[in-house]
Design a protein around this ligand. Structure first.
Ligand SMILES: Nc1nc2c(ncn2[C@@H]2O[C@H](COP(=O)(O)OP(=O)(O)OP(=O)(O)O)[C@@H](O)[C@H]2O)c(=O)[nH]1
Ligand SMILES: [Mg+2]
Length: 288
């Protein structure tokens, strides 16, 4: 019997959802940083064997705020949960307040709770996370460290117990549903987050303007980095362009690794005042 299904990865910001996706797929598809609110657009990774096909959907961390950008991300998380066959809920600490608003949605679903970062948690903290999630009655609870242990087999077994017979939605060689063009923009955004202080990444979006194969070994990519203000643009460019140069060189290497080709990367910084409050622009900038 061939099994297949969609697995939603959900939880607070910074709990390790993207780390989970990359571990399961065995490739870096989803960007990971030590700062919260890294993922913005659902990232979809596909794992196919002779016996099953699992489509993992990494979502933005649940962060309830009235800001337009957060509201749009929240609605994408909700629809990902609705469409999923199994929801993997990831928690790395007690205090998962979003549960009160997600209780109805999650109680109707097959859920598995993964308590991550066990390398940093006390037994008391693990017990209190377990207790918090009782209200949604998870089918299974896994306590692990995604980066210290290697829980891939344990996770796969837990998923396969819940998955039903289903079709092969994608061919064996497809590992992501997101375009390379979009993933390239994410790698640039990851590099920006790594190099900029806490709040600034929130106001940044990266859009690929051109993505062309110049020849079989070289891909030309032109990306626009959008910010809200001139002062933010100046920080990203840095003294004599030093920051932008550093970001360009580091992002280029990541993209070359992803597409396995040499990349010529051109970065432009533009100010688009108010984009984080404008629904049309948010949807355009976050589109995959
Ligand atoms: N100590 C420890 N750190 C971990 C573990 N798993 C992930 N991390 C770290 O936690 C941080 C956040 O990981 P991400 O995978 O980006 O988290 P996320 O849930 O996708 O975050 P958002 O996209 O912001 O919602 C990174 O610095 C990871 O390296 C773990 O098992 N132990
Ligand atoms: Mg993430």
């Amino acid at each position: 019997m061939f099994k297949s299904g969609y697995i939603a990865l959900i939880g607070k910001p910074n709990v390790g959802k993207s780390t989970f996706l990359n571990l399961m797929i065995g490739e870096k598809l989803s960007i990971v940083t030590n700062k919260p609110q890294t993922t913005r657009t659902p990232i979809k990774g596909i794992l196919t064997t002779d016996n099953y096909q699992i489509i993992f959907i990494d979502t933005p961390g649940i962060h309830e705020s009235q800001k337009k950008l957060n509201q749009i991300m929240l609605s994408s998380i909700k629809s990902t949960i609705e469409d999923a066959d199994v929801c993997f809920i990831i928690a790395d600490s007690p205090g998962n307040d979003y549960l009160k608003n997600f209780e109805d949605l999650l109680s109707k679903k097959n859920t598995i709770l993964l308590i991550n970062k066990a390398d940093k948690l006390t037994k008391e903290q693990i017990d209190s996370i377990r207790a918090e999630f009782m209200i949604i009655d998870p089918k299974k609870i896994i306590v692990t460290s995604l980066i210290m242990d290697n829980p891939k087999e344990e996770i796969l077994n837990a998923i396969l117990e819940e998955l039903k017979e289903g079709p092969k939605y994608y061919t064996e060689d497809e590992i992501s549903i997101n375009s390379l063009r979009f993933l390239a923009s994410e790698f640039i955004r990851e590099t920006l987050i790594e190099n900029l202080s806490e709040e600034l990444p929130y106001y940044i979006a990266v859009v690929i303007d051109e993505f062309k194969e110049r020849n079989e070994n070289l891909t030309y990519i032109k990306a626009i980095i959008y910010t809200e203000k001139d002062s933010q643009k100046a920080i990203i460019i840095g003294q004599n362009g030093s920051m932008l140069k550093k970001i360009g060189s580091s992002a280029r290497k990541k993209i070359e690794y992803l597409i396995d080709k040499k990349v010529y990367l051109e970065l432009w910084v533009k100010v688009k005042k108010g984009w984080t409050k404008n629904e049309k622009l948010i949807k355009e900038f976050l589109s995959e």
